[in-house]
Design a protein around this ligand. Sequence first.
Ligand code: NI
Length: 160
Amino acid sequence: MAILEIKKNKEPVLKKRARKVRKVDKEIRQLIVDMVQTMAKGQGIGLAAPQVGVLRRVIVIQGDFKGQRILGLINPKITKMSKEKEKGTEGCLSFPGVFLEIKRAKEIKVKGLDINGKKVNLKAKGLLARVLQHEIDHLNGILFFNRLGIIDKIKLKLWH
Ligand code: NI
């Protein structure tokens, strides 16, 4: 197990698209274990592989998954998004101290693979739906401030 270095702010890797995982092997499982540790140390509730400099489609999330507290998801994909959206405060381990109000779909469905390479389908709402959308965005090089509305973007520019 290892604590990985979290890439921050303007590191180019954060804006890149991550590659799909072809095989859930030892290397991927080790990455997930290390990411879980890194997330816990940073007191985050989600972490995506590009944030530790690895351009693979892997995320870890803290939540409640039928008695399981932490979920590692490989090749996660949003299959359904509610039209209804809600605003909520988000932070990101790659942008310490930055908290933004972001509008996200209230409910989503996600499919992917678990740490054993088995297919998983999950339904999420509220905070869990928000964290999943935030982490899956990371896999596409999209950062939370990219999701700000135009007015909020202008406000953010005025502050900085
Ligand atoms: Ni983040």
